[in-house]
Write a protein that binds this ligand. Sequence first.
Ligand SMILES: Cc1cc2nc3c(=O)[nH]c(=O)nc-3n(C[C@H](O)[C@H](O)[C@H](O)COP(=O)(O)O)c2cc1C
Length: 218
Amino acid sequence: METPIESVSRVIRQRKTLKVFADEPVAEGLDPHVVEALIATAGWAPFHFPAANVHLRGNTLNALEPWRFYLFDAAACGNLRKILLHEGDQTKIPRMLAAASAMILVTWLPHPSKTGNNQLFEPTQINMEHIAATSAAIQNLLLAATAREIKTYWSSGGRLGKPEQMKTLGIPSGEILLGSVFLWTENFTDLPTTTGKMRQKRSPISQWSKWVEVPKPA
Ligand SMILES: Cc1cc2nc3c(=O)[nH]c(=O)nc-3n(C[C@H](O)[C@H](O)[C@H](O)COP(=O)(O)O)c2cc1C
């Protein structure tokens, strides 16, 4: 019988990037209740600061969490794929949308810039921690999916994160895409797949962690 410690460790190690490509829509949808259960688990991520008021006023999604999750079922993935193809998208995204059982766009909510410069967002402590919290929520989502044997891919999202694209999807301006998470439930033995290019490049923990010795104060 697996202990909770073993279960957590297994699921974390089992989480693995998988990209699946199809030329035509092939995926059966994922039960919306399952998607919502995954999101509910994701939302238990830690977060340090509330989102700025500018993101709460006048928006249907007005929670103080610094992240937003936009859920696409297989039908929505299919329609989005058609829109992208119509726009001439030659990236791998339309082919992944054809294979996805669901896709989730995860944005984070930057604090408004005080300097008014052209940066995507201001490099402040709060913004750093908003990104960190949203990343933790995405990782929760990946782990919750993995525990249900749903395969996942956290993509930067490419053109899905462009302001004009987000606008057409009803995502408020000012939000920044942190991840486009693809969920795959089918057994795609006949479809091309790839894994993450960094998967096998992990280093031993001694190369990225060390015990810190603090001399005893005199
Ligand atoms: C913030 C973030 C963005 C990512 N974006 C992409 C992406 O756009 N394209 C891609 O091929 N992989 C992307 N990945 C997945 C990584 O390539 C993958 O995690 C890495 O190769 C390690 O493989 P593993 O997830 O199987 O451990 C992204 C991962 C993270 C954390």
